[in-house]
Design a protein around this ligand. Sequence first.
Ligand code: FAD
Length: 549
Amino acid sequence: MDSSKHIFSADRRNQIIKELKSREFDLVIIGGGITGAGIALDAATRGMSVALIEKIDFGSGTSGRSTKLIHGGLRYLKNFEFSLVKSVGKERAIVYRNAPHLVVPEKMLLPIFTNGNFNRFTTNLALWVYDRIASVKKKERRIMLNRKETIAKVPIIRSAELKGSGFYSEYRTDDARLTLEIVKTASAYGALCINYMCCTDLTINAGEIARVVCCDELYDDQLSIKCKKVVNASGPWVDQVRKIDSSIQGKKIFHTKGVHLVVPRSRLNIGHGIYFDAGDDRMIFVIPRFENTYIGTTDTVYKGSLEKPEVTVNDVNYLIDSVNAMFPSVGLNSKEIISSWSGLRPLIYQEGKMPSSISRKDEIFISDSGLITIAGGKLTGYRLMAKKTVDLVCKQLNVVQECRTDSIRILGGEFKKEGMVRAYITNLKTRMKSFGLNVNEAEILVRAFGKQTDTILNKTRSFEKEKLIQALAWFCLRNEQVHTLSDFYIRRLGYLHFYPDRIRSTIDLVIPIFSSFLKWDEERIENERNEIYGHLRSITEFKDEDAEA
Ligand code: FAD
């Protein structure tokens, strides 16, 4: 592994492009979401030469807009998908081990009501089965709570008809950062990964060297990459890429939209996540995250633009009404929403099925030309999807190399034991205090950057005021292929969704660092500013489809 500094610096772009143009790769991956990232890591660690191209930013598709859970798939039990629960449960443990800073245990409460979809017996049985087949550790296994114990855990929960609850374990993550850190880890193992590089054409003929034609979205240039195999891991866009390859046959992708809302924790103050039935056969998560609580998700058929799925007034009303029904004393209203996001599930179409009952299983399609497409799946199961894909590539290339990603630490996660993350946070608080920094930021930093926080902390010495945000900008530019303010604020720091005010209060300090490093002129600065302010408006502006009809 090449752990040399700045391997993923934004100013290495020209060097990466030069190599993309001149080398011939074993494998080119289209798409820098979790699926493409996992494949890049798996293939690079098996010794293949790998290039990954992402048309916008790593994690800017569905992988940055999920419910942010690394979960054992309890809901799949409803559809009797036992093998899926078993495999995602195992995977959850592996992701937790390899990225312990990014995967945080989160207790969930599953309430039981008279006349609800679950009764005490079925909930207990389902959670018992879940604990066993998802290989949940003994100390994390479910506990059944009675009505009084449930109210003690979540005093604001609806008490009418409440009978009790199941209390079980899930894991929370930062999806965009998990994706990025896997891409960075793959780069450290030799993969050439680049963002803002869109595949626009493909020439693949069985037995011949393939060409992946790309457009450099930052500098409006074209290049062609030579390779032996091409994997299409473009999530919701897989059929668009299959169209480029003229290879849409058989099964197609079907999109459903999932919306999340963020409200201040002070308005929806729960100590644990809650997973409840919205009354229409859909399940909703309410999850605390530092100073906020987020709510999701909807699951509706989506046929609009794949680039910017909008949050509608109907989506908002549905989620707010569901929350108010579960926590009647809260009386939440849409004006209290501080942010929202919307993501698309790339599901494999199944005739006659409702969106929420379509399987989340992944599937591989191989076109006549040889393009390998992987679609469907979950964030949690990314490593197994990658293994399956790379096993196939190895078979086709006659490479005999076993997958070893189950024991590869993701960058930032180099803690000997999971428990050491907490000790690191405690120690960091002491160091931050001595640096004159706000110690409340310690956990937020470690949950995003893991051990890389040391480098960020040291850099704060170079600045006089607002040291942390400037050190973060410096770090992300040099280590995280950040090219726009959106990359930085949305996906590297998660501020758009969880701390939008911080963008407004720090942007004037951040812009000089970006413009000096990336050599922005006044026009570019203006465009960047407009873009991020556009995002800031869009997180609380909801489309009223009924008014437009
Ligand atoms: P994406 O993340 O969308 O990545 C595809 C990438 O390909 C994009 O970045 C795109 O820009 C790029 N691309 C497209 N076309 C091109 C091109 N021509 N050239 C180059 N690049 C291109 N799973 C969980 O495990 N836990 C959860 O809590 C969870 N919650 C979810 C909630 C919602 C609302 C949704 C929608 C999904 C959720 N999932 C969850 C599922 C999970 O998020 C997805 O399965 C996963 O993120 C898909 O990743 P991907 O890499 O396949 O797609």
